[in-house]
Structure formats: C-alpha cells, structure tokens
Design a protein around this ligand. Sequence first.
Ligand code: NDP
Ligand code: 8X3
Length: 251
Amino acid sequence: MSKIALITGATSGIGEAAAYKLAQEGTDLIVAGRREARLLQLKNKLEERNVRVLPLCFDVRDETGVREALHSLPDEWTHIDILINNAGLAAGLSTLQEGDSDDWNRMIDTNVKGLLYVTRAVAPGMVARKSGHIINIGSIAGKEVYPGGNVYCATKHAVDALTKGMRIDLLPHGINVTQICPGAVETEFSIVRFHGDRARAARVYEGFESLVAEDIAECIRFVLSRPPHVNINDMVVMPTAQATATLFHKE
Ligand code: NDP
Ligand code: 8X3
C-alpha cells in the first residue's frame, strides 16, 4: 500500500517541490495551504504522476480550522505516514526597536503555533499505529541570529527546540523526527518577507548561486529513504557560496 504524506505550505517553494518529489516516489499526498486555486492546480499536475492527491485548504494559524480539516479526513486518508511541517514565513527585516508587531504575530502564529496545531492533530494517529515520520523545516535562522532577523530567528530556534522535544516525546512510539535547516533558497520567501517588493527580494539572491526548492526536496527524499532503524536528526543545507547566515561569497 502506498504511503500517505501531508505537506503543509505545498502551494509554493519547498513544499511544492517536495510534493513533486514524493509523487515520483509513489507517495499519496495531502497538499495543504491557503491558496485553493494553486492547490487544485497542483492536484491536477500530481495526479498525472499516478498518485492520489487530496487538497486541503486551511490556515495553520487557525487552531479550530486545522483540527476540523485534519479530524474530518475521508477514511482512506486518515493514516498519515509522513508529516512535513513546512508552512512558514518571515515578515520584515528590521531591528526589534523598530519592529512591527503585526509581522511578529504572523511569524509566531505561523511558524511556531501553526506547526504545533498541525502536529497535535496528526501525531496521535502515528502513535496509535506506532509508526510515522515528522520532518520539520527549520532554517539556518534556527541555528544563528542575524541583524534584523530577531523574531524570525526566534521562531526557527523554537522549531529547533520543538523538533528535539517531539523526538523525545515520540521516542517510545517508534516515530522518526527530523529537522532540515536550509540556508538561502530562492522561492517566494523573500517576496513575502519584503511584503511583495519583488525587486528587493530578487537582490537577496544576486551574485551567487542560491539553493533551489528542488535541492531541499531531494534532502527530504533522502531522509525518508533511510532504513527503518536510521533517523537523520538534523540536516543543515547551505549554498556552496554561503558560509553562515550572513556571510556570502558574491561575484
Ligand atoms: P514560500 O513563500 O515559497 O512558501 C511558503 C509556503 O507556506 C506557501 O505554500 C504558503 O502557502 C505556506 N504558508 C504560509 N503561511 C501559511 C499559513 N498561515 N497557513 C498555511 N500555509 C501557509 O517559501 P519557502 O518555500 O521558502 O518556505 C517554506 C519553509 O522553508 C518555511 O518554513 C521557511 O521558513 C523555510 N525556509 C526557507 C528558506 C528560504 O531561503 N527560502 C530557508 C530556510 C527555511 P499559502 O500562502 O498558500 O498559505
Ligand atoms: C530563511 C533563510 O537566512 O533568510 O530561513 O533566515 S534566512
């Protein structure tokens, strides 16, 4: 029987690339995000690869909405084997003293509370079946702190801590928990961070070869392809031209 993966943030970037990658592996997919039209488009494209696809439209910040969506899955979709907690964002890049509390709330509610709500809804099924794999998409921002990164970095440090906490709590139940921490990946991430300013977003990736979403999708495939007794705890993946969160070799 095919495995079932739930990918949050599948409408764009890393989540979308992961959906294509797992479809290649024959994994059935629950693809989640807020942009319904993109989910439906993705469903059509993925089904051409002969996997079953269930689009699920919800905002990870809405605790009730998350619970309702994930507790009312059709019977044939309830056995989620793989959860990829990928939905997330940065909003703004300013000093704390000049920060915008709307940006802070968006990041904390999405990156930390959203990840918790989704995991809380999915993990009990894995515990009952004594199997499953949770992959959290952290960041180099969860390992380091950089100027203007304050709250985004705090949320990704929280993902780092929650990954460790999940691994401890799920240990007796045979569930794998992995964190993947990318450096710069060119997706819609910086467009969102700079509130739609595409020119500013494009400048982030100028002068060096950034990662692309497919690179992280390939890491996800690798992590999932290990034998059952092997767990990759933590994977930090950077462009060759990036040494730390802020140090780039630009031509
Ligand atoms: P994108 O902006 O391309 O994708 C973000 C995804 O998250 C979208 O599918 C979006 O879907 C979803 N999302 C955002 N907010 C919500 C919400 N409230 N509810 C449900 N879904 C939501 O960025 P990336 O692919 O780059 O980002 C994916 C993850 O990777 C994030 O957690 C990010 O922090 C992390 N990351 C990114 C790096 C980068 O350089 N790009 C580096 C390190 C980590 P929709 O808008 O349809 O809801
Ligand atoms: C995204 C990478 O360095 O902009 O998490 O924080 S960074």
